[in-house]
Design a protein around this ligand. Structure first.
Ligand code: ADQ
Length: 466
């Protein structure tokens, strides 16, 4: 059997908790198959000493996973990670052209770091390895590996949304980026809508024509494309809810909020997650339905994320002042409407928190999938489940149709849906939860990784150009 080699921007130590969908999912899928995980260590060097040679790759073994990590220089970190990945690709792929910062120096560093990763990975590869590259940081990696003579099967999975062609075309080097995807054998997206956007881009911009077996022919190469909606480890997560830490957390929250109904948001502090819009919808709920005053509490947990990118520090102050304003306007001596916590919560405690909450607010403005929505469902007590309020702009909404779907830009509409969630009768909650559970069970993290890897293994490497 082929060895699996996973490549992602950041390698997360499997022994530590991670806040971030990619790290959580990759860790869970690699733990099942074993293999090599290659990427950035998370360390930054002030000098150029982090650049260049293969000797600087650090290897360690954790269980059945081998980790291979390398450092970035300060310059690489600024241009590749903060600059091109998170100040160009992340905003544009989330439809936020207004936040994109196009700078030709970022592009050059992004290309150079991808080449550097490729040259460090090459000596570690075996002839029959299956290589699985993750996410927008590494779009040109396969093209760099191919240029160095790599003939392995290489798949790519995009964790974030694929925007429609006109939005993609806002990136000055959009054609180069999309052409780079044709160096892979299989390109996977979160949803059929993302596949449709990619297909329509390559048809309109590169005259692509469809081939059998979900392949597209363009740039003198063909690539297979497909939708592989990412899932969670449903049983593992449900078990955590009833393990000791989960139960302790649940009891603590139920005791602390015995007279209140809890609404919960858990996110990275990111502008794509719609946090100010969510808090405003909660404020509207208190205005429109006064019976919730002194009764409903929103706990918003937002883990620190990309704090060196300016849009994120602006969001942080916006959230501080918004939550302060609501608490000032509606708070009582013994009740604060919003508890806003700018921190990570230990993973083993999350399920207890989810289970103690009557309503989860998962209301991103745009999201590739959103695993929090699925975790919330998995953690519920099936005999008394909470209600998921979910943005129609999350990839998860294509699967989770029995959630209450909302438009997060519509503050009043969202407030009405939150009220509906808070007052939903038990039989309806049970019925919706049952259908949602069967969805997340069918498309769990094992399904995601095995269906992607099976498709990759069956894909013949075809280099029409050579
Ligand atoms: P993210 O944007 O990071 O992922 P998401 O899918 O919600 O978003 O995953 C977040 C993960 O981190 C969840 O497992 C959650 O439990 C955890 N997490 C978030 N905040 C936390 C906190 N404060 N404390 C502890 N844990 C926290 C990207 C894409 C998504 C896509 C995933 C996976 O943006 O659309 O679903 O990758 O493909």
């Amino acid at each position: 059997m082929s060895r699996l080699v996973v490549v992602s921007n950041r390698v997360a130590d499997p022994r530590k908790a991670a806040a971030g969908g990619l790290a959580v999912a990759v860790k869970e899928s690699l733990e099942q198959t074993g293999g090599l995980w290659f990427g950035w260590s998370g360390n930054i060097h002030d000098t150029e000493s982090g650049q260049g040679t293969h000797g600087e790759v650090r290897l360690q073994t954790v269980g059945n996973i081998k980790l291979a990590t390398c450092d970035l220089t300060q310059e690489d970190y600024a241009g590749y990670y903060l600059g091109y990945a998170n100040d160009v690709l992340w905003p544009v792929f989330h439809y936020r052209l207004d936040l994109a910062n196009f700078d030709i120096r970022f592009t050059a560093t992004y290309r150079r770091v991808n080449r550097q990763f490729a040259s460090r990975l090459m000596p570690l590869l075996r002839a029959d390895d299956l290589i699985w590259v993750h996410d927008y940081h590494l779009i040109p990696l396969a093209a760099e590996l191919r240029a160095m003579g790599c003939t392995n099967r290489i798949g790519f999975f995009l964790h974030i949304p694929m925007p429609p062609p006109l939005i993609m075309a806002a990136i000055p080097e959009h054609e180069w980026l999309m052409r780079s995807l044709f160096a892979y054998d299989l390109v996977g997206f979160q949803s059929p809508a993302d596949v449709a956007h990619f297909t329509s881009y390559v048809e309109s911009e590169a005259g692509a024509s469809p081939l059998p077996d979900n392949r597209l022919l363009a740039f003198n190469r063909s690539v297979r494309v497909g939708a592989f909606p990412i899932g969670i480890d449903v049983d593992g997560f449900s078990d955590l809810a009833t393990a000791q830490d989960g139960i302790e957390m649940f009891n603590r929250m139920r005791e602390e909020y015995s007279r209140r109904r809890l609404l919960l948001g858990v996110d990275r502090l990111d502008y794509s997650k719609g946090l100010p819009q969510r808090v405003n919808a909660f404020r509207e709920l208190l205005a429109l339905y006064p019976e919730n005053r002194n009764s409903a509490t929103l706990i918003q947990i937002a883990s620190p994320s990309r704090e060196d990118v300016s849009a994120y520090s602006i969001l942080r102050s916006q959230m501080d002042s918004l939550c302060g304003a609501i608490n000032g306007e509606y708070g009582e001596l013994d009740w604060m409407p919003v508890r806003y916590i700018h921190r990570n919560v230990a993973r083993k405690r999350l399920p207890g928190l989810y289970r103690a909450s009557r309503v989860a607010l998962v209301t991103p403005l745009r999201d590739g999938m959103n695993l929090v929505a699925k975790e919330f469902i998995a953690a519920q007590d099936p005999t008394d489940p909470g209600v998921l309020v979910l943005s129609r702009f999350a990839g998860a909404a294509e699967q989770l149709k029995d959630a209450l779907l909302v438009n997060p830009y519509d503050t009043q509409g969202t407030a009405h849906s939150i009220q509906r969630a808070l007052t939903m009768p038990l039989d309806e909650r049970i019925r919706r939860h049952k259908t949602l559970m069967s969805q997340i069970r069918q498309f769990d993290v094992r399904w995601w990784s095995s269906s992607f890897l099976d498709a990759l293994a069956q894909t013949a490497t075809t280099d029409m150009a050579s």
